[in-house]
Every structure is written in structure tokens, then in C-alpha cells.
Design a protein around this ligand. Sequence first.
Ligand SMILES: O=C(O)CC1=CCC(=O)O1
Length: 288
Amino acid sequence: MSNPAQPHRPVHREQEEHVPNVAYPVHDLTDRSTVDVHAVVEGPEDAPVVVMSPSLGSTHAMWEPQAIALRARFRVVRYDHRGHGRSPVPPGPYELADLGADVLRLLDRLGISSAHFCGLSLGGMTGMWLAAHAPERVRRLVLCCTSARLGPPRFWAERADLVRREGVEAVADGVVTRWFTPGWAQAHPETARDMRAMVAATPAEGYASCCNAIQSMDLTDLLPRIRAKTLVIAGHEDPSTPPEHGRAIAASIPNARLEVLSPAAHLANVEQRQAVTALLLEHLLDEK
Ligand SMILES: O=C(O)CC1=CCC(=O)O1
């Protein structure tokens, strides 16, 4: 029976036949107020495109260890989420759909019809949303250290409130503690210090509004719709999105596999830079 509270949206017969029952509304992207996010584009103009999406509190720079290797063979597009780095900071709270619609606007702006998408944590959440809502724009998908539902929502509401009150500085030490295993952070104090500075430099309203996007996010029912061949990477020692989260994602996306790296905490692409780069190259180059 139709729900009078929901606007009517025509459903194509083909969608009805192939899309499993999903209780999640398909967003009308035209009702989203998108922004032009800051992006860095490198690599040969005619090469296949890889879009790289960062974590909460990071800029596009967090993908540098992989971009160095990928840009010889791919057109690499790295960007800053809204509210982060050099991207605009529209007033929040944001929803994950806002972050996904910003990427669609970026692809349109760059004239890219479809691309591989590689995201870590908040970037991975954005990737799952995109691959489910705009499957024709996503070729291969890589989801690093991420989650389809990262509760409890109250936790994210409290972090957002704290950051709005006291600034990102108030959470920066805790965030970086979860990004690296203690041994790695001790052995690489300069990198850990630089990453902390990157977190602390995030605009408070942007950081808090992205916490709100995670607070209201539940992608679990969407995962069976994803058609892109997917590589899920988890850090064995990740306290933020432990391997069970990656395992659940890989079990729900029809064409997905999981790799668990150790030792690695939340920013596995930094701590295990060579392993993550090798996995990305293998997954993206083997496009059959
Ligand atoms: O900051 C954290 O606790 C870890 C995290 C969750 C989403 C994200 O991007 O980072």
C-alpha cells in the first residue's frame, strides 16, 4: 500500500525486477544543496579515473601514500569533504546524502561519467552511498576501515556538541590515538604530529556537521543494491571501525571481498601504505 506521507516517485519496471526490497528511500538528488568541493587532479588525462575520499578530520592529503603510486596509471582525483580542508563550510548539520551529492557535482564539473571510488571511513561511507544511489557513476569500489552503521548515534551527537563548543582541538589527541597502533605512532612521531595538526585545523562546524552525518547514517539496507565489484579493507587493530564492520559490509555487497591488515589501526592506508597500495592496484587494474 502506498504511504501518503511519501512523495510519489515513478518506479521503472526494470528497477522493480532487479532491485531487492529496500526500505530506504531513493534520494531525489535535485533537492540537495551541493557545493563545489576542493579537488586535486593528477595523472594522465586519458587514464581511467580514481576518486579518493578521505576520513572525518582529514583532507585529500591523507591519500598521498597511494596517490604517488596510482597517478602513473590513473587520473587521480582527491578531494576534501565539505567542511574540511579547502572546501566550503556550509552550515550544518549534514547528511551523508549531502556528501554523496557533492561528489556527483564534482564528477559533473570535471566531465567524468564514471570512476573508480576509493574511500576511507567517512570516505567509505560516501562511497557506499554513491554506489547504491548512482551505480552508473561507480566502476570499482574500495572501502577502507569503514562501517555501514557506526553507532550509537548519541556518541556522534556528543562529539559534534563538544566540537561546536570547544573546537576540534578538544578531540584531536583522541582521534589520532585511534588512527595508528601505539608502536607505529612511536616509531613515526613526525607523521603522527602532522596528522594531528591536520585534524586540529578542520573547521569546527564542518567537523561537527560531518559527525551529525555519521549520527544519522544507516546504510545496511542499501548494501545489497551495490553492483560495483568491491574490495573491503580493514585494520586488525582498528578501534573505530573494527574488522567485524568490514566483514559485515563484504557479506552484504554481492560482489565483494575482505582483506584484514595487521598491524593496522584506523588509518591503515598510512600505517600499511605498501600493502594498501598493492591491494588497490590489484583491484583497479584487474577490471574485467
Ligand atoms: O574519528 C573517529 O573516531 C574515526 C572515524 C569515524 C568516521 C571517520 O571518518 O573516522
